[in-house]
Design a protein around this ligand. Structure first.
Ligand code: ADP
Ligand code: TRP
Length: 359
């Protein structure tokens, strides 16, 4: 299925095989080349994706899907732990799918679907729940943070990592591209899979590997903390021009005078600039920082230009896709059909291993 606004292979801006200038973060890729593998990741429909999501995760989805079997889904059942309005949930779920396509996923190559369309995952979740120790879940950050803030945590938040494990294990995934904040969940996934395999004495589930880019593992937000929708310190990939400009100009910096030397490694404005810059642009700016003579205002203005250089084609593609809402629904329907086929096979292995006959 090809939408006129979706470019063929390689024009998703981030494929290394295009031979064009790689921007800074990409020039420093340290993950091994991956080919012919099952790649899987999910993103919650909790709001518009930001550049932390883009550099930390979505860009890897796009890069990897050209030469691998990419499965990417909208984790709407995970979002149910926080979103409590049906209309918002549906709208945001379809929006995130559209965002992924606009970012460069080619639906003719990738399997894009909604988590809620794969009931097999829910069934697998229960099987996994039965071999998951309470202590393992009690140590997970999201749950621990909420409890330590004195907030009421429901069972959905507590069991969140088990559902995530089922998402990953249901497709025999090899690699899971995510940001650093999800690393613990990947460790939990491997632990649960090992326990099921051990409990029933068979290789039922395949152990996945996290795929985390060290350079962009945690993209800082406007205030220097991790960029996150929930902190309100994010810059949306598809946010309007005026608001992108306002936000970048607002990035928190110290009061070192223009002429003084500055340390790029501790400067939030530099970190943001480096995300969008080519290797040469980054090295040049780093030199100017250390020498002195560069003001934060100038760095921010350049960052705005580089933001548009990298993301305007994606933003344009999104506008084109928005005009055809049926297209994204078709992509998701076809994706679900394919994903279900795989999940059904894995579920069958798990059911058979633990003695659940089909009568
Ligand atoms: P948020 O924290 O804004 O709600 P999500 O939890 O929806 O983001 O994350 C979706 C994906 O983006 C995950 O793989 C996550 O690891 C990655 N990600 C989120 N924020 C960042 C960030 N600041 N830096 C790098 N990766 C991130
Ligand atoms: N927990 C992930 C996040 O908040 C979303 C997610 C759900 C996911 N299931 C997944 C990511 C499976 C990777 C693989 O970002």
């Amino acid at each position: 299925m090809v939408h006129p606004s979706l470019c063929p292979r390689g024009t998703g801006l981030s494929s290394s095989s295009q031979g064009r200038d790689r921007v800074g973060v990409e020039a420093a890729l340290t993950q091994p080349a991956v080919r012919g593998k099952r790649i899987l990741s999910g993103i919650q429909p909790t709001g518009a994706p930001h550049i932390g999501n883009y550099f930390g995760a979505i860009r890897q989805y796009v890069d990897l899907h050209h030469e691998n079997d990419g499965f990417y889904f909208v984790a709407n059942y995970h979002a149910l732990t926080t979103v409590r309005d049906a209309e918002t949930m549906t709208r945001q779920s379809l929006d995130v799918a559209l965002d992924l396509l606009a970012c460069g996923l080619d639906p003719a190559r990738a399997t894009v679907f909604l988590q809620s369309d794969i009931p097999e995952v829910m069934e697998l979740t229960w099987i996994l729940t039965c071999v998951t120790p309470m202590g393992l879940l009690e140590r997970c950050h999201a749950y621990k943070d909420k409890v330590s803030q004195g907030l009421p945590a429901d069972h959905g938040l507590f069991a969140y990592p088990v559902l995530m494990a089922a998402d990953i294990l249901a497709y025999d995934s090899d690699y899971v591209p995510v940001g650093q904040d999800q690393k613990q969940h990947l460790e939990v996934t491997r632990d649960i899979a090992t326990r099921l395999n051990y409990a029933f004495g068979q290789e039922i589930l395949k152990l996945p590997e996290p795929y985390i880019m060290p350079q962009v593992a945690t993209v800082p937000g406007l205030d220097g903390r991790k960029m996150s929708k929930s902190y309100g310190n994010d810059i949306g990939i598809f946010e309007d021009d005026a608001s992108v400009k306002r936000k970048i100009m607002r990035v928190v910096t110290d009061s070192t005078p223009v002429e003084d030397p500055k340390d790029p490694s501790t400067c939030n404005a530099f970190q943001l600039f480096a995300l969008f810059a080519t290797e040469e642009e980054r090295a040049e700016m780093e030199r100017r920082y250390r020498e002195g003579g560069v003001g934060y205002g100038e760095v921010k203005k350049q960052t705005i230009e580089l933001f548009h250089r990298l993301l305007d084609p994606l933003r344009e593609r999104r506008r084109a896709l928005e005009r055809d809402p049926d297209f994204v629904r078709d992509v998701l329907r076809q994706g679900a059909k394919r994903a279900r086929g795989h999940a059904a096979e894995v579920l069958e292995r798990a059911r058979t291993a633990c003695g659940m006959p089909r009568l």
